[in-house]
Design a protein around this ligand. Structure first.
Ligand code: DQA
Length: 139
């Protein structure tokens, strides 16, 4: 069974209530339930933390024997060289995802420290960005 880990960064635990005009009304947990039903043959792990170092710990924990990682690092995307270094160190491919289309938003969201180290980037499709990333990793 393929093992794909989803990792969400800061403030993404508030999905459903956080700026619903941008991020929608769904909690991540309810979206994840549907995703797991749609892909019964894939083990989909899920981890969320607001703490940069804990995201790095999780990436290192799964990054050598899981088949792929879907990472939404939230605002750390735009600030974290430490996360970039971590992604470069892993064996598993990492797909960077964003719920919103960051290129339609403030200039400071247009730059990602993570993209150069990732296999690819998916943004702007709402929570379905995660499903598209999963598709990309399993095909
Ligand atoms: C986000 C976009 C980031 O700019 C922002 O800081 C987030 C969420 C997204 O999923 O659209 O926290 O990664």
């Amino acid at each position: 069974m393929a093992k794909i880990q989803i990792i969400n960064g800061p403030n993404l635990n508030l999905l459903g209530t956080r700026e619903p005009d941008i991020y929608g009304n769904n909690s991540f947990e309810s979206y994840l339930e549907g995703l797991r039903e749609d892909y019964p043959d894939i083990e989909i792990g899920y981890y969320q933390s607001n703490v940069e170092g804990l995201l790095i710990d999780k990436l290192q924990e799964v990054g050598f024997d899981w088949d792929g990682i879907i990472l939404n690092a939230g605002a750390y995307t735009h600030t974290s060289i430490a996360l970039q270094d971590c992604i470069r160190s892993l064996k598993a491919p990492v797909v960077e995802v964003h719920i919103s289309n960051v290129f339609q938003r403030e200039d400071y969201r247009h730059h990602s420290y993570l993209s150069p180290a990732c296999k690819g980037v998916i943004c702007g499709f709402g929570l379905d960005s995660y499903r598209l990333a999963l598709e990309a990793l399993i095909h």
